[in-house]
Design a protein around this ligand. Structure first.
Ligand SMILES: Cc1cc2nc3c(=O)[nH]c(=O)nc-3n(C[C@H](O)[C@H](O)[C@H](O)COP(=O)(O)O)c2cc1C
Length: 190
C-alpha cells in the first residue's frame, strides 16, 4: 500500500467534536450507509459480528430523549424542567447518532473481552468514517450507556449493552485540541 499523506495528516490531527457542537447538515441516507459500511469493517476474532447498531435521527432523537427524561422523572418525581430538558436533548443538536450495542456470543475461541474490543473498534471506525466523509464526530456513553433500564429503552436486548453513542454532524465551532500523552510516559521497550 502506497503512503497516504492525507490519511496520515488526518490521523495526526483528528479530534472529537462534542455533540453540542454538531449541527446540520448530517449525512444523507447514502452517506449514512457508507459510514455504516466503513464502521463495521473491523477486526473481529470469531467473525460473528458481536455488535449491533441503532440509528437515532430525525424525530427518533426526540423520542429517545423523552424516554430518558421519563426514566429520570420516574426515579425523581421532583426533578425540575431544566434537568428534564437536558435529558430530552441528549441526542440534540447532532443530526445523527449511531448507538453501538455489544452483543456477546458465547465462544471459546474469541473470549468476551476480544468481542468487546471489536465493538469498541466499531465505535471508533464509525467516527473515522464520519470524518472521511467530511463530517465530525464524537463518542459518548453518558449515564444511559451504563443504566440497564435506559439501555433497554434505547434498544438493547437481554445480555446486550451499549458501548458507545457516536454523534455525527457538521461542526458549529472550532474545537481546540486537548493535551495528548507523552510517548515517554506510555511506551516502553521490552
Ligand atoms: C468509551 C468512551 C466513553 C466516553 N464517554 C463520554 C461521555 O460520556 N461524555 C463525554 O463528554 N465524553 C465521553 N467520551 C469522549 C472522551 O472523553 C473525549 O471526547 C475524548 O477524550 C476526546 O478525545 P479525541 O479528541 O482524541 O477524540 C468517551 C470516550 C470513550 C472512548
Amino acid at each position: 500500500m502506497a503512503a497516504n499523506p492525507a490519511l496520515r495528516d488526518y490521523l495526526k490531527t483528528r479530534r472529537s467534536v462534542g455533540s453540542g457542537f454538531l449541527g446540520d447538515p448530517g449525512p444523507s441516507s447514502e452517506e449514512l450507509r457508507e459510514i455504516l459500511t466503513i464502521g463495521t469493517r473491523v477486526p473481529d476474532h470469531g467473525k460473528f459480528a458481536p455488535w449491533r447498531l441503532v440509528i437515532f435521527e430525525g424525530e427518533g432523537r426526540n423520542r429517545a430523549g423523552e424516554a430518558l427524561a421519563a426514566i429520570q422523572k420516574s426515579r425523581r418525581p421532583d426533578l425540575d424542567e431544566a434537568s428534564l430538558n437536558i435529558e430530552r436533548r441528549q441526542f440534540l443538536p447532532a443530526p445523527l447518532t449511531i448507538g453501538v450495542i455489544f452483543s456477546p456470543r458465547p465462544n471459546t475461541k474469541a473470549p468476551e473481552l476480544e468481542q468487546l474490543l471489536s465493538a469498541g473498534n466499531v465505535c471508533f471506525n464509525l467516527s473515522h468514517a464520519a470524518f472521511a466523509l467530511g463530517f465530525a464526530a464524537s463518542w459518548t456513553n453518558r449515564w444511559y450507556g451504563w443504566d440497564p433500564e435506559a439501555q433497554t429503552a434505547l434498544g438493547a436486548r437481554g445480555g446486550e449493552r451499549f458501548v458507545g453513542f457516536i454523534h455525527i454532524g457538521t461542526p458549529t465551532a472550532v474545537i481546540e485540541d486537548r493535551e495528548r500523552p507523552a510517548l515517554e510516559d506510555v511506551v516502553t521497550r521490552f
